[in-house]
Design a protein around this ligand. Structure first.
Ligand code: DUC
Ligand code: ZN
Ligand code: ZN
Length: 474
């Protein structure tokens, strides 16, 4: 389907992809990148945007976000509308969200439900992973069907949260075999759920109820143990595996070793593991609930290892795990969210926001601080996630024929982050008051200008479901 937009010539910007860096004109027409060249001549019907001094980046691809996701008795506070608007302002034009298989329904029911909800309100393009909580013959058939006919080629399973989301090793193994055989990807939340549950019960019994105990009851050794177990299951299944939200060297060291052994193991980390460390958990204050995400923040030494792995491709993706819950009761009419855990840290919904600040924060702490190059920045935030989750080259790069998802990014200005200026429904940002280098100036989705400075030019329902194909990582 072509996009009927005014053609736009982005003039004289510095085009950065995972591999290129050059100054050129880029013509966006019919929803795709139509022509790239020097001094392109265009007619009067083409609008010209002067991008002198700006980076011309592929729209960001965030493959780990949670909009309208049910978590226990609550739900993440971003709708598809608010979350994707926030994503757009942050320079992300494609997200992959989660469709949750409930006890009653199948993966296909979960996909249909999420699409029904997203369709009329989503502001940018999106795909879906299915969270599989129960595996039987019918579920495996539905998984196969989803891959071949629904454009859903990735699935997530949990080794944590017993009795709620946790799948046992045999179920994970069966899914790895099925998904891998058809060229898809199984994503794993790797933590030893039953041991963590025991530690939580012991902490509560000892009267340790404040949010800081979230970190103390989820030790990185248990992330490492589950990561190792997941790798061995993938090795036996001869299937690729993807670890979400890797936070610690205890997990990373198994990933590094497995990759050296030639096992197709892939992994992401998230901006919060690079921006903050466990010192935030040093008080009993309830404000600490802002940092109750899973896995929790780790040590400065863990951070050093994450940076190294990002640089040398042992981590391939930086996704946000945007999983927003309000701190204040009643914000935008939301009932208790983080406040549910006021007297019991284990009741705090796990997650933190970050969808709008991903690019600027990684540009600031990654590129500006010399941790990785501009090309690598694009690779980690757009190209690799697009390849690993079957979206490339439609998404994740600037090339003739790719979707005209383009971000004009100004590297020369600073901005101070404030929750009240961001577009998520959540009432806080972990980056409140922090000044960062770089700013998203304009965002195009399939050639439509949707963000113009502070102005919103997009519209709900403009985003589309993007059917995804096989893993493109080998
Ligand atoms: N895992 C996630 O991926 N997101 C939120 C909470 C969790 O445990
Ligand atoms: Zn998880
Ligand atoms: Zn998540």
């Amino acid at each position: 389907m072509s996009d009927n937009t005014t053609a736009t010539l982005i003039h004289n910007g510095r085009v950065i992809t995972a591999t290129d860096d050059y100054v050129a004109d880029v013509l966006l027409k019919d929803g795709i990148v139509h022509t790239i060249g020097q001094h392109l001549e265009v007619g009067e019907d083409v609008q010209v945007v002067d991008a002198t001094g700006l980076y011309v980046l592929p729209g960001g691809v965030d493959t780990h976000v949670h909009m309208e996701n049910v978590v226990g008795p609550t739900m993440t506070c971003d709708t598809f509308a608010s979350g994707t608007k926030a994503a757009a302002f942050g320079g992300t034009t494609t997200v992959v969200d989660f469709a949750l298989q409930t006890a009653e329904d199948s993966p296909l029911g979960a996909i249909a439900r999420a699409q029904r909800s997203a369709e009329s309100q989503v502001n940018i393009d999106y795909g879906l992973h299915v969270i599989v909580t129960r595996v039987d013959e019918q579920v495996l058939k539905d998984v196969r069907y989803a891959m071949h006919h629904e454009g859903v080629s990735s699935f997530k399973m949990f080794m944590a949260y017993p009795g709620v989301m946790m799948a046992d090793d045999a179920a994970i193994f069966r899914m790895l075999r099925q998904v891998g055989a058809d060229g898809g990807m199984l994503a794993l939340h790797a933590e030893n759920g039953t041991v963590i549950d025991l530690l939580i019960k012991e902490a509560l019994a000892a009267g340790h109820t404040s949010p800081r105990y979230h970190e103390m009851t989820r030790p990185s050794i248990m992330e490492g143990e589950a990561t190792h177990r997941g790798i061995r299951l993938a090795e036996l299944a001869e299937a690729p595996i993807y670890f979400v939200h890797v936070s610690s060297n205890n997990a990373l060291k198994h990933i590094v070793q497995a990759r050296a052994e030639g096992i197709p193991v892939f992994a992401e980390t998230c901006p919060h593991y690079l921006l903050f460390d466990k010192s935030v958990y040093s008080s009993d204050d309830f404000e600490v609930a802002k940092y109750v995400m899973t896995p929790p923040l780790r040590t400065k030494d863990d951070q050093k290892h994450l940076w190294r792995a990002l640089r040398y491709d042992d981590l391939q993706v930086i996704a946000t795990d945007h999983c927003p819950f309000c701190m204040k009761e009643g914000h935008l009419g939301y009932q208790k969210q983080k406040q549910m855990g006021k007297d019991d840290f284990s009741m705090i919904p796990n997650g933190a926001p970050g969808i709008e600040t991903r690019l600027v924060s990684l540009f600031d702490i990654g590129v500006m601080k010399g941790k990785f190059s501009l090309n690598r920045f694009v690779e980690l935030t757009a190209t690799s996630p697009a390849k690993l989750f079957g979206l490339f080259p439609k998404k994740g790069t600037i090339a003739v024929g790719s979707d005209a998802d383009v971000v004009l990014f100004n590297p020369a200005v600073t901005q101070t982050i404030r929750a009240q200026s961001l577009h998520s429904n959540v009432d806080y940002t972990l980056l409140e008051g922090r000044t960062m280098q770089g700013r998203v100036e304009k965002v195009f989705l399939r050639g439509h200008l949707i963000v113009d400075g502070q102005a919103w030019k997009g519209r709900e329902g403009l985003g589309r479901f993007v059917p995804r194909g096989q893993v493109q990582a080998f």
